[in-house]
Ligand binder design. Sequence first.
Ligand code: ATR
Length: 265
Amino acid sequence: MNIGGLGRKSMSPIMHNAGYQELGLDFVYLSASLKIEDLEDFVKGVKAMQIRGVSVIIPFKQEIMNFLDNIDDTAKEIGAVNTVVNDNGRLTGYNTDWLGVVNSLKNVTEINGKKAAVLGAGGAARAAVYGLIKKGARVSIFNRTVEKAKKLAEDFDCEYFPLTDVEKIKEIDIILNMTSVGMSPEVDKLFLPENLIEKKHIVLDAVYNPHETKLLKNANKKGAKIVYGSEMLLHQGIEQFRMYTGVEAPEKIMRDALLEALREE
Ligand code: ATR
């Protein structure tokens, strides 16, 4: 089951259902839009209907923590839950977003010892900062609202800068856009000047719609290594799949289904 705010379309049902079908699992993944005031009733419904798991997207990732029986330590540290597992009526909240970041980067780079710049200081950025530090990177946070960058930097003991200091990115190895800037329909929005990106950089964009954002197009042009937002989405989903079903996810099938759905967007 997938829940999000009204009007948000999710790619997760397509990718999870493709995986269930491939493995012949007796699961079905549905999507629902909720009002935040109905969240508590929804959680009761999950127990009543014995729904095995829930993927939680914005704007409920923090709010849902109030209604669960247990929250795993990593989700507590990140301060957000994107995955709920129902074990015989007992609901536990987890966070797989950070694994989406580190496992999608793993395919193109070692993280340990690298300098990483996280652009943004919202929920997605928090998960990225947690994952990067856990895997041994040195992290600098850049955000438009400096107060938010400061809070995040204090929580995880790293550096922070206003977005206007973005030229510092020259010294960085891995650049991660953890904001919604560049997302459809505002695909031409870009806050990282093109000339700052070099061949030595690795650039990950959390935005997956469009598949290749303006930021990734620029990075590609410069010969930098790029990681698509769809890979991040896939890898956080692969972890969820294992938690819901108890079996390993069929990665290729799920990636293909996701990319096909994104192409049709
Ligand atoms: P999420 O949980 O997905 O990270 P969020 O909490 O709304 O969502 O955070 C969105 C992030 O994108 C924030 O870091 C936000 O910057 P502010 O803290 O200054 O609001 C950033 N963001 C959104 N639109 C932006 C824009 N036009 N320019 C720069 N940063 C932007």
